[in-house]
Design a protein around this ligand. Sequence first.
Ligand SMILES: [Zn+2]
Length: 199
Amino acid sequence: MANNIPSLDRLIDSFASLPGVGRKSASRFAYHVLDMNEEDVIAFSEALAEAKRNIHQCPICHNLTDSDKCSICEDERRDRSVICVVESARDVNSIERTHEYKGLYHVLHGLISPMDGIGPEQLYIKDLLHRVADEDIKEVIMATNPTVEGESTAVYIGKLIKPFGVKVTRLATGVPVGGNLEYADDITLYKALEGRSEL
Ligand SMILES: [Zn+2]
């Protein structure tokens, strides 16, 4: 390390551990923190710790929440007969932004990926099947990303759900192949939802 100030190096290392932050940006953030007043720095660090402490998974859909249940499962106005299955809680945000979808969600927290050693049992697939079995579900929308892992996860789950007599649909291919829901613009995502077809 060039600084010879262990506390500063540690701060830079912490920023550099974030996704998409290189050493240069990490160093810029660290020096910026040193220029901030102490109250703001404490508020910043408390926001990190508090978010980590309070935010957990919704016991029903595994979306993130700081209450007992997430705000979507709690919302009586949502259509309880449709479940949209996504890879991550970030995808819930992306779809909510379109204001097109009024149903519920189920967050898998990953995709089946034998290359990375992730099998179906590591995802929340069993919980999804319980919901389909126990509740009056009419449609499950597979909204995983259009990557190899996203497609094979959608097909795998679709096969498990169909025997329950529930319609399984897949987003239209408006989302670019190999792309990511998170980066799809709202209109693309809106069209992908609207043009979904049976799997
Ligand atoms: Zn929930």
